[in-house]
Design a protein around this ligand. Structure first.
Ligand code: KG4
Ligand code: ZN
Length: 349
């Protein structure tokens, strides 16, 4: 039975993770990752050239590890999927070139897919078929989007997105202000556990008055970041210690409050009963808990993949590729580009 289901390899290189995943139908066989995050830490952010070089070095060993662990031969694959965008141009190019080389050498169909749609599709290997439609909230270092997803293989609609910093970017910048290492999200998450969420009333961007008319499902985190920074500077100027745990908890509360409030509102107004959260920030423990509480109260079913599948990985690309094959979508042309600014509404290139 399972031998009839498509065996799909997924390559992900849009940022600092070299991900190679293999999926059979809707079952995850392996999720191999090599990360260059440690090489970026001292710069306080991902350095594109360093990331591209690291992808080049990691691609073949990660591919070998994935096939070995899954007990799969490249010849057995039914299709190859790759993130064709959005992301860092040079980094994307490594994955796209590798995928094209594999597709040509093995004579297999190639699917160039959208990184954001892949963050949505990954939940299929975790929790089964995606309800149609699903409301998806993607919160990562590069994106914060609310998407209406009637069909993840070809119909993804944008309801709103950040007008300045992405949610993960705000976590990373606030972590820096607090002297915590990069990437800051997990460190803020940890510090916040010891802190008081209501210690400081930080602003909730784009949630009131006319902003809700003009930017109903958009986000803004730059004002929040500045507010945290000013608050910390004022304490330091007064010669008082900075209560890192309280600042982390109060900041995290502001971000998760806005994200979950807008996601639930979008579900209500679009008559959607299923919310899925993905992207690196979906690993945040407070976001997961608050989303669950608010979805329960609103009668919405919440799906969030395990933290390891929320951050960038190859399994998500393989998962979307397998859906493409299952739904009979035509493969991409071998000339497909690495498209650093691929729009979220374009699932396949
Ligand atoms: O999806 P991802 O791995 O890469 C991008 O496509 O950006 O997301 C990385 C982002 C970083 O900004 C990181 O700080 C954030 O996800 N992140 C978290 C947590 N784990 C990762 N943010 C908040 N809480 C976490 N536990
Ligand atoms: Zn991502």
């Amino acid at each position: 039975m399972s031998a009839d289901l498509p065996l799909v390899l997924g390559l992900e290189t849009s940022c600092d993770e070299t991900g190679v995943g293999i999926v059979r139908g809707e079952e995850l066989l392996v999720d191999a990752i090599a990360s260059s995050v440690d090489e970026h830490a001292r710069f306080g952010g991902v350095v594109p050239e360093v990331a591209s070089r690291a992808h080049l070095e990691a691609m073949v060993p990660t591919l070998e590890r994935a096939t070995r662990e899954a007990g799969v031969r490249l010849d057995d694959l039914d299709a190859i999927a790759v993130t064709s965008g959005p992301g860092l141009a040079g980094a994307l190019m490594v994955g796209v070139a590798a995928a094209k080389a594999l597709a040509v050498a093995l004579g297999k169909p190639l699917y160039g897919v959208n990184h954001l749609a892949s963050h949505v599709a990954v939940d299929i290997v975790e929790h089964g078929p995606l309800p149609e439609p699903t409301l998806a909230m993607l919160v990562s270092g590069g994106h914060s989007s609310l998407l209406l997803v009637p069909d993840v293989t070809h119909d993804v609609r944008s309801l709103g997105s950040t007008i300045d910093d992405a949610a993960g970017e705000a976590f990373d910048k606030v972590a820096r202000v607090l002297g915590l290492p990069f990437p800051g999200g997990p460190h803020i998450d940890r510090a916040a556990r010891e802190g008081d969420r209501v210690a400081i009333d930080f602003p909730r961007g784009l949630t009131a008055g006319r902003d809700m008319d003009r930017h109903r499902f958009d986000f803004s985190f730059s004002g929040l970041k500045t507010a945290v920074s000013r608050w910390v500077q004022a304490r330091e100027a007064a010669g008082e210690p900075v209560p890192v745990a309280d600042v982390a908890a109060s900041f995290q509360e502001a971000v998760t409050d806005v994200l979950t409030r807008k996601a639930v509102l979008a579900c209500r107004e679009h008559g959607v009963e299923n919310l899925q959260i993905g992207g690196g920030v979906a690993a945040n423990s407070r976001l997961r808990a608050m989303a669950q509480e608010r979805c329960d109260a609103a009668g919405i079913k919440l799906r969030v993949p395990r933290p390891g599948l929320c951050t960038d990985n190859g399994a998500m690309v393989a998962a979307l590729g397998a859906q493409m094959v299952l739904k009979g979508r035509a493969p991409s042309d071998l000339s497909l580009p690495a498209d650093s600014s691929m729009p979220v509404t374009l699932v396949q290139s």
